[in-house]
Design a protein around this ligand. Structure first.
Ligand code: HXC
Ligand code: NAP
Length: 282
């Protein structure tokens, strides 16, 4: 798995290979990953495949999907790519039917598709607000609903929602994304409570900044942007997508079966690093 060389010295340089888990902890599971062709979604798709899952990746642009699908197949995994706009419930329903037709069932859903850009709240147009809330909040619900119906019938399922650390705090400049991610957390907890009795677990992960093309091109564009962010991260670096993929794999595996309705933060400590005092002076 490769990461984009984004101002390289600020990301992890240690090896995060296939040895973290002893076995194929997702063997024969069928996983849908929205936005699975690029960035973090691609990292989930490749890692879940290494761990034995059959993969369906779904997003709008076939050109984003095809290289990831081909890479998984080339590595001996099973993968299909289904062009889908998660904002359109009928496309989502058709996508899920196609996955069940291809692989017989659907065990795992990762709601990873998202939209984001920086804009002051007073300048954000109604369409700009709608675009992000539609992808993140409505899209996650449409996918969860369609997949949940299959999971309830088969009495098995794991749903993982990708939010951000700022779901809990808000974030100046991304009001649409912050509000939508907070909604996704409310959905996570509600579905966990409603569907736990059907042997379905619903959790979320809240990442801090990870170097992907999608985020870097819109949110942390310059080397200075990244250096400023890294200053607030006790780990002293950005996250490595493989670290997130390993956490996600654990959470969608049967090894995490007593975790339900939880949000797991993965941010190198950034969200607890708001010192009130000048504590570093001697
Ligand atoms: C202000 C903007 C804008 C910008 C778009 N809009 N970009 N407004 N500043 N930079 C406005 C448009 O003017 C338009 O409103 C409305 O948003 C819809 O724009 P479209 O381009 O028509 O929308 P669409 O083609 O649906 O694209 C959706 C998108 C786009 C969200 C705008 O960026 C996209 O496709 N993103 C997908 C990938 C992505 O964003 N990845 C980043 C995830 S990273 P008007 O009024 O003009 O019609 C992430 C990290 C979080 O979430 C945490 C990091 C730590
Ligand atoms: P990314 O590569 O831009 O991922 C976004 C994905 O969503 C793309 O693959 C895109 O594919 C897909 N998508 C967008 N609109 C869609 C729609 N309407 N229907 C279906 N798919 C759609 O960015 P990323 O950094 O990997 O982000 C992945 C997830 O991690 C997001 O939920 C993001 O909020 C979260 N996150 C990222 C970071 C970070 O620092 N990178 C931090 C915290 C959380 P198409 O263009 O082909 O549709």
């Amino acid at each position: 798995m490769t990461t984009i060389p984004l101002h390289g010295s600020l990301v992890a340089n240690h090896q995060l290979g296939a040895t973290m888990f002893e076995g194929k902890i997702l063997r024969d599971r069928v996983a849908i990953i929205t936005g699975g062709g690029t960035g973090l979604g691609r990292a989930f798709a490749l890692r879940f495949s290494e761990l034995g899952a059959k993969i369906a990746i779904a997003s709008r642009n076939p050109e984003h999907l095809e290289p990831t699908r081909a890479e998984i197949v080339q590595q001996g995994g099973g993968a299909i790519a289904i062009p889908t706009d998660v904002r359109a419930p009928e496309q989502v329903d058709a996508m899920v039917e196609q996955v069940v037709k291809a692989f017989g069932r659907v065990d795992i859903l990762v709601n990873n598709a998202a939209g984001n850009f920086i804009c002051k709240a007073e300048k954000l147009s109604p369409n700009g607000w709608r675009a992000v809330v539609d992808i993140v909040l409505n899209g996650s619900f449409f996918c969860s609903r369609a997949v949940g119906q299959k999971m309830i019938a088969q009495k098995y399922g794991k749903i993982l929602n990708i939010v951000t650390t700022y779901w809990a705090t808000g974030n100046p400049g991304t009001i649409h994304s912050a509000a939508a991610k907070a909604g996704v957390v409310a959905m996570t907890k509600t579905l966990a409570a409603e569907w736990g009795r059907h042997n379905i677990r619903v959790n979320a992960v809240a990442p801090g900044p990870f170097p992907t093309e999608g985020a870097a091109s819109r949110l942390f564009v310059t080397k200075e942007d990244i250096e400023r962010m890294v200053k607030g991260i006790p780990a002293g670096r950005l996250g490595d997508p493989r670290e997130l993929a390993n956490l996600a794999a654990f959470l969608v595996s049967d090894y995490a079966d007593y975790i339900n309705g939880e949000v797991v933060t993965i941010d190198g400590g950034a969200s607890v690093n708001f010192p009130m005092f000048d504590w570093e002076k001697d």
